[in-house]
Design a protein around this ligand. Structure first.
Ligand code: SF4
Length: 136
């Protein structure tokens, strides 16, 4: 069993079928797209997870599966809402405890697009954040 606390239902893009789903938030910070009901359940009300919980999940998952994990998806709907310092700590913990990881991904609400770098990506210490895009 993966030592990560999941709040159901858990969603991920089809492209993340092989990825470890790592929740750093629950729900979506926007949550107003009329076609989307992914995060409307009460238990998916938006909140940022405690840093200690996320880092401990990474450490424990690394202990058990560290050399098997190649991809990580930062869930739920808007991981970039985290301060840069916290994102960097997460990336560093993944690098330390899951050294086989080659890709880290997340999705980005369309409302946040203007806040992104011009090339749509951020590079941090050799890891790459690829942004999927919720269009609503
Ligand atoms: S931004 Fe994405 S996850 Fe959030 S409500 Fe819209 S489609 Fe759903």
């Amino acid at each position: 069993m993966i030592p990560i606390r999941y709040v159901e239902p858990v969603f991920r893009p089809p492209s993340e079928a092989e990825s470890l789903i790592l929740p750093v938030t629950d729900g979506c910070s926007w949550n107003e797209c009329t076609f989307c009901e992914m995060y409307t359940a009460p238990q998916k009300k938006f909140r940022v997870r405690e840093e200690d919980e996320v880092l401990e999940s990474i450490r424990l998952t690394g202990e058990r599966y560290g050399d098997q994990v190649r991809r990580v998806f930062l869930a739920d709907g808007d991981a970039l809402v985290l301060p840069t310092r916290r994102l960097l700590n997460i990336l560093e913990a993944i690098r330390t405890h899951m050294p086989a990881v080659r890709r880290i991904s997340l999705v980005l609400p369309a409302t946040k697009l203007e806040e992104k770098e011009p090339d749509g990506n951020q590079r941090t210490g050799g890891s790459r954040l690829e942004d999927g895009l919720c269009r609503g």
